[in-house]
Design a protein around this ligand. Structure first.
Ligand code: ADA
Length: 634
C-alpha cells in the first residue's frame, strides 16, 4: 500500500497558476486505494453491477425506484492516497468535484469534514491537519440509501465512489475562498453593456469587489459562443481565472428569448452516466458526449436530474449549448427537517458553483414530484411547501435566472404554479394511450398557462430489435421487445406536434444516450433505460439520431431506417426514411417504386413494399444522395 502511495506522489505534477500565489495539483488518476484495491480516480464500484439489472428471481422492479433497491452494491468504502508535501507558510485545501453520495474526509486519521450530496463539489481546508511530509488522505464514500438525502427515488443508478476529480490547492494566508459552497470564490454579475462586477469572498481578510469593463462585448449564443477570461487577484497575490459571456436569457409572454430574439429550444436530456464507466467519466468521455449532442443539432440540454460536472458546464459554454440545470428533487420528498436542509444545501451549491456559466438559462426546481409516492406520504401540500422554500433559495442566490420545473401531474395545480416556467414530461403512445396533441390540450387547460415547455418525451428503442409491421396500439413498455421502429414512429409523431405548436417554448428529447437504471429489465436488456438516441456504449446512433439530424442541422441528410434489420418473414416491408434535401425516390432491387415529398418533419414512408424471396436491396435516392438497406425475406 505504501509503495503505491509513494509512487503516485512522485508522478504528480504540481503547477503554479501565477508567480507567488495559488498552486494546484490534480489528485485524480492512479495512486488511490479503495477498500485495499488499487484504483484510478474518477472511480465507481458500480461500473458493472450498476447496469446489469436486478438479480434473477427478484420481483419485477417497480418503475422509478432504482435509487432505493440493493440490486447493485450500496456500501461505505474507504479510499486513501498520499498527499503532496505542504509548502510551509501556505494554506492547504482538498477539493472534490463529486463523491457519491456522502463523504467523510480524513487527513492523517483526523476528520477534515463531511459532505452530503452526490452532485456538487466541496472543499475542506486541511492546513492544521498536515505534517511536513508523509500525509495520508482518506475518504469514506457511501452510496447507501438515506431517508435524509435527495434523491430518495429515481429511475437511474446511483453509482457510488469518488466518481469525479480531486484537486489539491495551496494558497497564501489571505486567499480567495475555495471552501464556501464548493464554489470558486468569485461571483460574477455580467451586464451586456460590458460591465462585469466580481464579488470576491476572501478567507483571512474582508471580501472584495472588482468592476471591469469589456469594450463592445460580443454576445454569447449557440451560433457564436463567445467567451471572455480574466484573472481575478487580491493583494496577497492569490488569484483565480474566471470565464464568462455576455447574453440575456429570459422568458416573455410568448416564449423564450436569447439576446432579445425568440428561440424555440431544441433540447436533449443527458444523464451523467457516460457509458461503460458509469458515472466515473473522464473529460474525454464528456467531450465525446457533447460532440454527439452538437452533431445531432441540439442547442439545449437538460442536465437530468441533478447538477453535472464542472467540465460539462464548461463544454456547454464553449459549444453554445443552453443548459437547464436541475436540483435532485425527484419523485418524492421527505418531511424530515434533515432532508429539507439537504435539498436546500444541494440547490444552493448548484447555483454557487455554476452561476458564472453563460450557458445556464434556468435553474430547475423538480422532476415529477408525487411520482410513485407511497400512500403515507401523499398528504396534500407539504411537498409544495418544501419546494416553495427551495425556489426561494434559488431566487435569493441568483435573481437573474428563471426557475423551471418538469411535472407529470397536470392536475396538481399548486405544484405546477410554483416554478416561473412550467414544462411537462410526456410519453404519449409509450406509457399512455394519448397523442401529444391531446397531452397539449390537457396541460394548457389544467395549468392555465399560455406557454409551456416539454422537459421529456420519447420511447424505448433497442436498435437490435425490429418489428415490421408494428402492431396497432401500444407495446408493453416494460416488456422484452422495444423495436427501433416504434421509437422512430413515436418521435416523429411527437415532434410533428411539437414543431407545429407555437406555444411550446422548447422540448427536450428523452434521452440523448441510453443510461443505467438498474431496476429495469426490459427491451431485451437488463439494467438499461433504452430511450436514448445513442446506445449506452456510444457505438450505435439509432435511427432517431438521424431523425433529429435531418430536422435540426444544416447537414444534408438522407437516411433509410431499419438498416440493422437483416431479415423478415413478411412478403412486404415498410420503408421509412428522413430527407432534408427534398423529394425522395424509392428503388427496390434496382426497380423504381415511386417518389415522395418529405412531410413537415422530413419523413417519407412507403407501406407494403413487395419483397422477393431472398436478399432485397432497398434504396432511397434524393438530390444526389443515396441511403440503402438490405433485407432477407425468409
Ligand atoms: C420519467 C423520469 C425520467 C425517466 C422517464 C422514463 O419521466 O422523469 O427520469 O426515467 O420517466 O424513461 O420512464
Amino acid at each position: 500500500m505504501r509503495n503505491v502511495l509513494l509512487a503516485a506522489t512522485a508522478a504528480m505534477c504540481v503547477t503554479a497558476s501565477s508567480a507567488a500565489s495559488r498552486k494546484t495539483a490534480s489528485l485524480s488518476g492512479p495512486g488511490w486505494l479503495c477498500d485495499g484495491e488499487e484504483v484510478c480516480v474518477p472511480h465507481t464500484w458500480n461500473a458493472l453491477d450498476g447496469a446489469d439489472g436486478s438479480p434473477e428471481g427478484d420481483p419485477p422492479p417497480k418503475h422509478g425506484m432504482s435509487v432505493a433497491p440493493d440490486s447493485y452494491v450500496r456500501k461505505a468504502a474507504r479510499y486513501s492516497r498520499r498527499l503532496p508535501d505542504p509548502t510551509p507558510g501556505m494554506r492547504q485545501f482538498v477539493r472534490f468535484e463529486g463523491v457519491s453520495r456522502k463523504a467523510e474526509v480524513y487527513v492523517n486519521g483526523r476528520l477534515a469534514g463531511r459532505h452530503v450530496g452526490a452532485f456538487t463539489a466541496f472543499a475542506f481546508e486541511v492546513t492544521a491537519l498536515l505534517a511536513p511530509a508523509d500525509n495520508v488522505l482518506e475518504v469514506v464514500a457511501d452510496n447507501r440509501w438515506d431517508p435524509d438525502v435527495a434523491p430518495l427515488s429515481a429511475d437511474y443508478t446511483l453509482f457510488g465512489g469518488i466518481y469525479r476529480g480531486v484537486e489539491w490547492i495551496e494558497t497564501p494566508q489571505v486567499c480567495i475562498d475555495p471552501v464556501t459552497d464548493g464554489a470558486l470564490g468569485v461571483d460574477l454579475d455580467v451586464n451586456t453593456n460590458g460591465t462585469v462586477r466580481a464579488k470576491i469572498r476572501v478567507l483571512g481578510g474582508p471580501d472584495e469587489e472588482r468592476v471591469f469593463v469589456v469594450e463592445n462585448p460580443e454576445l454569447w449564443s449557440p451560433e457564436n459562443p463567445k467567451l471572455y477570461e480574466r484573472e481575478i487577484s487580491i493583494a496577497s497575490g492569490d488569484s483565480v481565472k474566471v470565464r464568462f459571456g455576455f447574453r440575456t436569457a429570459e422568458f416573455r409572454e410568448d416564449g423564450f428569448y436569447l439576446n432579445g430574439v425568440r428561440r424555440r429550444l431544441r433540447g436533449v436530456n443527458r444523464h451523467q452516466d457516460a457509458g461503460l464507466c458509469g458515472w466515473a467519466a473522464t473529460a474525454e468521455d464528456e467531450d465525446r458526449d457533447f460532440a454527439m449532442v452538437a452533431e445531432m443539432g441540439a442547442d439545449a440540454v437538460r442536465l437530468a436530474h441533478y447538477p453535472q460536472s464542472q467540465h460539462v458546464y464548461d463544454i456547454c459554454d464553449e459549444k453554445g449549448i443552453l443548459v437547464w440545470s436541475e436540483t435532485p428533487a425527484i419523485n418524492w420528498l421527505s418531511r424530515s427537517p434533515e432532508f429539507k436542509a439537504n435539498l436546500l444545501q444541494q440547490a444552493r451549491e448548484m447555483v454557487a458553483q455554476h452561476r458564472n456559466h453563460p450557458c445556464v438559462f434556468a435553474w430547475s426546481l423538480f422532476n415529477e414530484i408525487y411520482n410513485d409516492v407511497p400512500e403515507d406520504r401523499s398528504e396534500e401540500g407539504w411537498m409544495e411547501d418544501i419546494l416553495e422554500e427551495v425556489k426561494g433559495e434559488l431566487k435569493r442566490r441568483d435573481p437573474s435566472r428563471p426557475v423551471v420545473a418538469a411535472s407529470d401531474r397536470p392536475a396538481k395545480r399548486r405544484l405546477n404554479d410554483i416554478p416561473d416556467e412550467l414544462a411537462f414530461n410526456a410519453y404519449p403512445g409509450w406509457y399512455g394511450d394519448t397523442t401529444m396533441e391531446q397531452d397539449f390540450a390537457n396541460w394548457f387547460a389544467a395549468s392555465g398557462r399560455k406557454k409551456l415547455g416539454i422537459a421529456e418525451y420519447g420511447a424505448g428503442g433497442n436498435p437490435f430489435e425490429h418489428l415490421d409491421p408494428l402492431p396497432p396500439g401500444r407495446l408493453d413498455p416494460g416488456g422484452p421487445v422495444h423495436p427501433e421502429e416504434k421509437q422512430v414512429m413515436l418521435h416523429a409523431a411527437d415532434y410533428r406536434a411539437i414543431a407545429s405548436d407555437d406555444r411550446i417554448w422548447g422540448a427536450f428529447v428523452w434521452a440523448m444516450f441510453d443510461f443505467a437504471a438498474d431496476a429495469r429489465r426490459e427491451g431485451g436488456k437488463n439494467g438499461i433505460n433504452d430511450k436514448g438516441m445513442v446506445t449506452r456504449d456510444r457505438a450505435t446512433r439509432k435511427d432517431t439520431f438521424e431523425f433529429y439530424r435531418a430536422n435540426w442541422t444544416g447537414d444534408r441528410v438522407l437516411h433509410v431506417c431499419s438498416q440493422r434489420m437483416e431479415e423478415t418473414s413478411s412478403a412486404a416491408a415498410t420503408v421509412v426514411g428522413f430527407s432534408n434535401v427534398g423529394d425522395v425516390t424509392l428503388f427496390v432491387n434496382g426497380v423504381e417504386i415511386g417518389t415522395k415529398s418529405p412531410d413537415s418533419v422530413k419523413v417519407v414512408e412507403w407501406r407494403d413494399v413487395p419483397l422477393k424471396p431472398g436478399e432485397n436491396l432497398i434504396e432511397l435516392r434524393a438530390a444526389g444522395l443515396a441511403s440503402s438497406r438490405s433485407l432477407r425475406r425468409l
